[in-house]
Design a protein around this ligand. Structure first.
Ligand SMILES: [Fe+2]
Length: 249
């Protein structure tokens, strides 16, 4: 069978950090150019292999909210004390900083106190090679517009694909990766499972928040909301991106 004979229409695609990016319109900037601010930001990780943890490192969540609220929620850290009290005990709101892409294609937040203690054995996953001190306790969480959420740490990386199922329904596909082939063997299955469970717990804590935001959007008193100049800029950047897409369309 020849693909030329199948009547298929070619579309632009690329794979970056194991996520497939598709440009149906064909009008997007070259991916390499568009992603450059992020590859520069994460330059120490670029070119290093990543290894998917397998079935124990993959899960899905379904939310009764619009996909944009799931992205919005991921942009900022100021919901930490109220939504993630356990996480906030060791990674406090004040240990975070904002991330704003100069081209307006991604935003997010970083922490300066990442220090995983997954169980009492003291075991830790191996880390990416040659990282500078910044990444010893640093981790970053980025919403890459429109619908990819990324997390990078010295010892693992994850990507979340946000799938809109309807105006009020969204599915999140979470995939977790490690830094070398050893980390994805059975020897490390228990620690991987703990890491997966830790993230699942964190993301499940966000569900009531995003579903509440969805309900709030349809409340008669909702006036469109207002942004604060403090801690709201990454979310505002996403709103500006979405607004720009609507204007362009
Ligand atoms: Fe959250």
């Amino acid at each position: 069978m020849k693909k030329e004979n199948l009547g298929l229409i070619p579309v632009r695609t690329t794979v970056w950090m194991d996520v497939v990016y598709v440009n149906l319109s064909g009008t997007a900037k070259e991916f390499d150019t568009a992603i450059r601010p992020l590859t520069e930001r994460w330059s120490e990780f670029m070119g290093q292999p990543i290894f998917h943890g397998g079935p124990d490192s993959s899960f899905k969540l379904e939310l009764n909210c619009n996909w944009k609220l799931a992205v919005e929620n991921y942009c900022e850290s100021y919901h930490l004390p109220w939504v993630h009290p356990a996480l906030n005990r060791y990674s406090r709101l004040q240990d975070h900083y904002e991330i704003l892409d100069t081209d307006g294609n991604f935003s997010g937040q970083g922490t300066t106190v990442y220090d995983p203690k997954l169980d009492d054995s003291g075991r830790t996953f191996s880390t990416f090679d040659g990282l500078s001190d910044h990444w010893n306790t640093g981790a970053e969480y980025i919403s890459l517009f429109p619908n990819t959420l990324l997390g990078i740490h010295k010892d693992h990386y994850y990507a979340i694909r946000i799938e809109p199922l309807g105006p009020n329904r969204t599915r999140e596909h979470v995939e977790i990766y490690y830094t070398d082939a050893d980390m994805v063997t059975d020897d490390w299955a228990d620690l991987r499972a703990i890491n997966t469970e830790m993230w699942k717990t964190v993301f499940l804590e966000d569900v009531f928040a995003v579903e509440g935001m969805q309900k709030g959007r349809s409340a008669p008193g909702f006036d469109g909301g207002a942004f604060s100049p403090i801690m709201d800029r990454p979310t505002q950047m996403f709103h500006e991106w979405v607004g720009g897409q609507y204007r362009a369309a």
